[in-house]
Design a protein around this ligand. Structure first.
Ligand SMILES: C[S@@+](CC[C@H](N)C(=O)[O-])C[C@H]1O[C@@H](n2cnc3c(N)ncnc32)[C@H](O)[C@@H]1O
Length: 252
């Protein structure tokens, strides 16, 4: 069971406010290039592909063939249907993929939803070719100091603290034969201003596990912080773009 239900309403909210615009993903593109060494035609399993933002980006950037595995029908319905992306029903512990069929696995903001991470790691080991990397994009406990949401809504860190840590994730994957590789913090930027982010806060709350767990008071306090910062930003001639940092953990 995922921590939240990805129904039609959540999937639509996710698509509207949580997909990082492509032009804000330049650093992710370079980091993935370094760790995956992609070649056109290589196959990558996007596990917990959600609305398919990364499936589409990986396909466009590198000419990869993407196997987008996603358990929620509502999220799957949002994945772009086009050559280079195969959309499949399944979850991390039961991948609908043949043994040794993928040259890499991509898991973005998924591992905290997986009930048995060791079972998932074994399943990922089964479908990957030897030496193929697992790339995990994640906010890990104790490493959220540059996560934008945590800045405005500090109590969101309370939920992140219940997610698998870097060490627990590495242990689960080690049991399946993976060794820990790189761990880097990668920035991503948003086009929308703080005022626009504030206007989206209620929709964002519907689509984000950490925001859903805030009390009403915590949420309102965060919105007030945002409102004040948005006002200051309006008086700044050219404010910095909004930036969020997440971890990239690589195992192989
Ligand atoms: C926060 S969304 C991330 C979506 C996408 N990877 C992204 O970064 O835009 C988490 C996704 O994981 C999916 N999910 C939940 N439980 C899962 C599981 N056991 N195995 C694989 N995916 C799962 C959810 O349905 C949801 O689409």
């Amino acid at each position: 069971m995922a921590r939240i239900t990805y129904d039609d309403q959540t999937a639509a909210a996710f698509k509207t406010v949580r997909e990082v615009p492509r032009d804000g993903l330049g650093h992710w593109r370079e980091a993935i290039r370094r760790h995956l060494s992609p070649l056109p035609g290589m196959t990558v399993a996007d596990i917990g592909a959600g609305t398919g933002a990364f499936a589409a980006a990986l396909s466009d950037w590198f000419g990869l063939s993407i196997l987008a595995v996603e358990p929620s029908a509502a999220m799957r319905a949002q994945i772009p249907r086009r050559p280079g992306i195969q959309v499949l029903e399944g979850d991390a512990s039961a991948l609908p993929l043949a043994d040794g069929s993928a040259d890499g696995a991509w898991l973005s903001l998924v591992i905290h939803h997986i009930p048995d991470l060791e079972a998932a790691a074994r399943e990922i080991r089964r479908v990957l070719r030897p030496g193929a990397p697992v790339l995990i994009r994640q906010g890990f406990p104790g490493r959220t100091n540059r996560v934008e949401l945590v800045h405005w809504f500090p109590e969101t860190a309370r939920t992140v603290d219940t997610y698998p840590s870097v060490e627990q994730t590495c242990q689960a994957f080690a049991a399946a034969g993976f060794r820990r590789g790189a761990l880097e913090q990668i920035p991503e930027t948003y086009r929308t201003t703080l005022a626009e982010f504030l206007a989206q806060a209620d929709t964002f709350r519907r689509a984000d596990t950490t925001m859903r767990n805030l009390t009403e008071e915590e949420f309102l306090r965060g919105k007030e912080r945002l409102r004040r910062a948005a006002q200051d930003a309006e008086e700044t001639p050219s404010p910095e773009p909004r930036t969020n940092w997440l971890d990239l953990l690589v195992l192989r």
